[in-house]
Design a protein around this ligand. Sequence first.
Ligand code: FES
Length: 110
Amino acid sequence: MAKFERHIFICTNQRPADAPRGCCDANGLGELQLAFKKELTARGLKDRMRANKAGCLDQCEQGPTVVVYPEGVWYAGVKTEDVAEIVQSHLIEGHPVTRLLMADNESADA
Ligand code: FES
């Protein structure tokens, strides 16, 4: 049975446009999760790391929200154009992308 070194949980929760907390995947296309999946495949990491769709991670106001386990590093406001940097810097080199860390997670180390 495969055991992954890391899981990247990407919130793909949707809410109506007028929802007070907003949501992480307003158009419902799951583009951010797909971008992580594609990047892991392109870097030859798909057998070691998994990009998982997640329901609401309860950080909606800071979304789109991503959390990487086992280290528990949380990212806020992640865009598809940030994915390659997260994969290279954090998942490959072990250095979380500081500019995208969630406010209460700024001292996290991978
Ligand atoms: S909708 Fe994404 S964290 Fe709540």
